[in-house]
Design a protein around this ligand. Sequence first.
Ligand code: SF4
Length: 497
Amino acid sequence: MTERIRPEKIRCDACPVLCYIADGKSGACDRYANHGGELVRLDALTVIESGSTRVVPFLKDAQTGDDWDGNIVQQNRAFVTAVGAGTTYPDYKPAPFIVSQQVEGVDMVTVVTEGIFSYCGVKVKIDTDRHIGHERDVVRVDGEPIGHVMTSEYGSKMLSLGGVEHLTGGSKKEGRVTCDALLRLCNCEAVEMVIGEPGHETTLIVQAGRAPIINGVEEKLMRVGCGSAAIGMFAKQWLGHADDVVVVDDHITGVLSEHQAGKMLDVPPTGIRIKGRRSTPGRYFQVADPGTGWGGTNVEDPLVILNAFKPDVAWPGLRLMMVSTTGEQFAYYELDADLVPQPVPIPEKLRASAELIAENCEPSVCSVLFMGGAGGSLRAGVTENPVRLTKSVKSSLTHVSCGGAAAYVWPGGGITVMVDVTEMPSNSFGYVPTPALVAPMEFTMRVSDYGTLGGHVSEIKPVAQVISERDRKLGKRDSQPDPNARENYRWSRGEDE
Ligand code: SF4
């Protein structure tokens, strides 16, 4: 009788799911696999190279990496990111990679780990005047709430998605859908979401670095400013071609003849009367409801925001231009004998001015910022005294990056960071089904500072021993500072110790 040999399963302890993985199979997150009894991280470790000559291939014939030519490192610095590095959960053990190299005569060390974030979120900025939902409206994906609309700022709408409430605080499905949506957003994939309650919902497709698609229409332009700002910017061009100009905007609608800019340019009163709440001369709030029409209002015919002209001031033949804040909508009227605006073909100079407004608008883009915090557990993979890492970051002795991209560190407690996902290597993010997002995080500092904060100094390995030709090599982005650069650190400014 032949004895059936059961394949040996091994346990992955990189996250709390603790998968048992059979030979040739991968775990629940597809990040780790059992290759012949060895637990391997499936994505390649990502290394960012700076310098004129690419550093690959190297170590080709070397077994240990001891043959590494240190000069090549000097000229072509290699920064080991945490993308593909693996995790250390639970963090009673040092981070997967703690690598050192000399940079301009200074011994630097980078501690690299893929953090597991059950509490993280993303902030989304959507450049559009169009109404996507009211503040505090719930954002849903596959019917599950994953976040909400926050504020409207400078021609953009802001969403706050994810966070502990949706990842772990709701139903199982809510957590799974939220995690999946965050993962796709962070990996620069498109996510369709629905905002608002049935009957007045907006469908939105968001993808980092791309224009939003709102109710099936791709947005084009981000307004150059509010209606009042547009008056200031373009008033001079209208002189002699129109007696009055109204820049229609959901936030601040501007009226040339009443506006400070019009006064300075000696534009006489026209007797125009605007519906809405007057703020200061020539600046009106709430001229209409928010919507997808002119200037982010629900208006398709701009004349509906006008009351009758004052008969003692206005005159027949008065020339009026109305334009939206992106210059995409414009119209021209002249008052008839009853002082009622009648549409007339727009003079070429005014058409050109509307086109100039449009030209000054920047392309509409969705920005996705990953927001996470290096909690005490993650920090324990860096040092035995986690709070010292926080202090070191706050004192600009330790530089934080995510996949090599500089992370904005929030003031206040902890190491809470935000990073633009389009600046990170492709597919930087993963997930584990707890559910949680997996994101790369690197801490770079002087070796001496690492020792001071209680780092796992005995685990430091020279960079040449860590990277191999199997790794994914990327060039350094011009938009990103070198994490090793002196300018990142307080000691370079003579404020040492
Ligand atoms: S889900 Fe967790 S335990 Fe399972 S393979 Fe992935 S990291 Fe390892």
